[in-house]
Design a protein around this ligand. Structure first.
Ligand SMILES: NC(=O)c1ccc[n+]([C@@H]2O[C@H](COP(=O)([O-])OP(=O)(O)OC[C@H]3O[C@@H](n4cnc5c(N)ncnc54)[C@H](OP(=O)(O)O)[C@@H]3O)[C@@H](O)[C@H]2O)c1
Length: 307
């Protein structure tokens, strides 16, 4: 598979570099990167050299596509840029792996746009997946904290540490919580939504009514600007913390004194997308997931600013 990356650099928190790395590790050829200036795009392309990737730098999408002829495009640029690139990829028949949030929740037309993109991608026979990687960690979570029985989930909590502030914390981080709920309890509705806190810390609470039952959700967002940033999640009070050893880039989950080394869920997410694209099947984080979690994300964002 030939791949191009939109946003392989980092201005704030972009992870395009790691997406490119995993496409390459998993056997794809990363041929091009797109950035906002030739200097920044060239710097991003150069730093991919450490993974053995020889990618060309571009500032124009059409030029990148005609030079690299990719089968798939990974979109790792800021959320405000996703919609235009997704549309262009679909029209050209290129598979799309796009970062969460799929579209900015502030977009009034986000859900009709997602429906239109879904219909068009199906006509074109291409695969579209969203990168929301934490569901790929549910197996290791269960190995550490015990089996998650969907019908017995009463509580879910998640702590995330975005570098952005205020409303943007919600669109940045809440997709991870919604993806974990979707993948365990099925598509759902939320009610009893409450948001408290300020620009640098928010607590979001709601009831999630999924296919398998109802649970109380608490998401804590606390702004952190330096690595390693705190991340934890758990069901029914069994909370696992994510620990990263940056020297070896090894990821662990810890829970109640136990520690488990895990595969990077980002690698598993890229791998799932590649398999789906090769078989023209549905990735784990495919259209239904994208549509339902985007709808709930919009509902939560509408509750901000604080009342
Ligand atoms: N799944 C996760 O765990 C996770 C973690 C972090 C971020 N994300 C998601 O990744 C996405 C990007 O994060 P961010 O907003 O923090 O990224 P960022 O670091 O602000 O930007 C990443 C790169 O995007 C490029 N870029 C910006 N505008 C572009 C455009 N119009 N066309 C092409 N490239 C453009 C920039 O390239 P130049 O350097 O050339 O200007 C930049 O290096 C967001 O959707 C975010 O939610 C996901």
């Amino acid at each position: 598979m030939k791949v191009a990356i939109i946003g392989a650099g980092r201005r704030r928190n972009g992870i395009g570099e790691y997406i490119a790395k995993y496409f390459s590790v998993l056997g794809a050829e990363v041929l091009g990167v797109l950035g906002t200036s030739i200097q920044s795009a060239s710097a991003a392309a150069k730093s991919l050299g450490r993974y053995g990737i020889r990618a060309k730098a571009f500032t124009g999408f059409p030029e990148m596509v005609s030079a690299c002829r990719p089968d798939a495009v990974a979109i790792a640029s800021p959320a405000s840029t996703h919609g235009e690139y997704i549309d262009r990829c679909i029209e050209l028949g290129l598979h799309v792996f796009c970062e969460k949030p799929f579209l900015p929740p502030e977009r009034q037309d986000a859900l009709v746009t997602i429906d239109r993109m879904m219909a068009r991608s199906r006509e074109k026979g291409i695969v579209v997946g969203m990168n929301s990687q934490w569901p790929f960690c549910l197996g290791p979570y269960e190995a550490l904290c015990g089996k998650v029985e969907p019908s017995r989930i009463e509580k879910f909590s998640m702590r995330l540490s975005p570098i952005v502030r205020g409303r943007e914390m919600i669109s940045d981080s809440v997709p991870h919580a919604l993806s974990l709920l979707y993948c365990t309890m099925g598509p759902g509705e939320i009610d009893g939504l409450r948001i408290s806190g300020g620009e640098d810390a928010l607590v979001i609470g709601f009831t999630y009514r999924g296919r398998s039952g109802t649970c109380q959700v608490r998401v804590d967002l606390v702004r952190e600007t330096s690595q390693p940033r705190t991340m934890a999640f758990g069901f029914n009070g069994h909370v696992a913390d994510r620990i990263i050893d940056f020297d070896t880039y090894t990821i662990y989950l810890t829970c109640r004194g136990k520690k488990l080394k895990i595969a990077d869920p980002l690698e598993l997410s890229v791998s799932d997308f590649i398999a789906a694209a090769e078989q023209v099947g549905e990735p784990l984080i495919g259209w239904s997931h994208i549509h339902d979690t985007s709808r709930l994300l919009q509902q939560i964002c509408r509750e901000y600013p604080l009342s």
